[in-house]
Design a protein around this ligand. Structure first.
Ligand code: ADP
Ligand code: MG
Length: 248
């Protein structure tokens, strides 16, 4: 069952220099199944962030449609950006419970839920810390917890680990895999890293240069749970090679 289906989606931005506008994305057609983990790869400027923003309802399609499975209720979407975008004057816990404040959940209940989320992403003991005292990896954990707190149907991740060092990044892969499995959510994640995509995803969508179109839709058939060692197997190598060739 698809959680959403996109059909012939195109996005064109207004452009001072060009009356026809800037064609950023599409047309693209694809759907994502419930609980699927899909990674989106593609060159800079191919419309990856634009695709995520359209799915979050932040921008309107110029052509084509985005169809969510549940037409009765707007889907709950969690969004994590490349930078953690935390509020610097609020503690870890206060940042995590921000979406619940917006939903006007009673304070005690919100606080307890935020504490559970902090524990889930491994931030127990840091609830009262301020963003300036956190490492990059910890700040991204806060952003993940904040995105997960209202149990999103769909988690949109835009290069969430792009600014992290290699070791922290690999540790976050394990965390994210575990969270995705525990929460049974659907994930659409933009990344620049072939290894990251193959470690995490059920499927990789490769976009062409602007305007981004789907160049390859590659199922990642590697068994789960995935380990560090798996990255040195022939099966992993073959998929990586296939992606690399399609990119070049
Ligand atoms: P990616 O995330 O793949 O690097 P983006 O989706 O951010 O690419 O952008 C795709 C193209 O659309 C780029 O050329 C970018 O400059 C342009 N673009 C993105 N957002 C806007 C906007 N709000 N107005 C005008 N142009 C935009
Ligand atoms: Mg982007």
């Amino acid at each position: 069952m698809p959680i959403f289906s996109i059909e012939n989606l195109s996005i064109t931005f207004r452009d001072e220099q060009n009356a026809a506008g800037l064609h950023a994305l599409g047309p693209v057609t694809f759907s994502v199944a419930e609980r699927e983990f899909v990674c989106v790869l593609g060159p800079s400027g191919s419309g990856k962030s634009t695709l995520l923003r359209a799915l979050a309802g932040l921008i309107q399609p110029s052509a084509g449609t985005i169809h969510f499975q549940n037409q009765q209720a707007a889907p709950r979407v969690g969004f994590v950006f490349q930078q953690a975008t935390l509020m610097p004057w609020r503690s870890v816990l206060e940042n995590i419970l921000l979406p619940l404040e917006v939903e006007h959940l009673p304070a005690a209940q919100a606080c307890q839920k935020a504490q559970e989320m902090a524990a889930l992403v491994g931030l127990t003991g840091f609830e009262n810390a301020l963003p300036r005292d956190l490492s990059g990896g910890m700040a991204q954990r806060v952003a993940l917890a904040r995105a997960l707190i209202h149990d999103p149907d769909l988690l949109l991740l835009d290069e969430p680990f792009g600014s992290l060092d290699a070791l922290t990044r690999e540790k976050m892969w394990g965390e994210l895999s575990r969270l995705w499995q525990a929460r049974q959510t659907t994930v659409l994640m933009v990344t620049h890293s072939i290894s990251e995509a193959l470690f995490l995803a059920d499927r990789v969508l490769l976009l062409s240069a602007r305007p981004g179109r789907i160049k390859l839709d590659l199922p990642v058939t590697l068994p789960r749970p995935r380990s560090e060692e798996m990255r040195y197997t022939p099966a992993f190598g073959a998929l990586a090679k296939q992606l690399k060739q399609a990119i070049e």
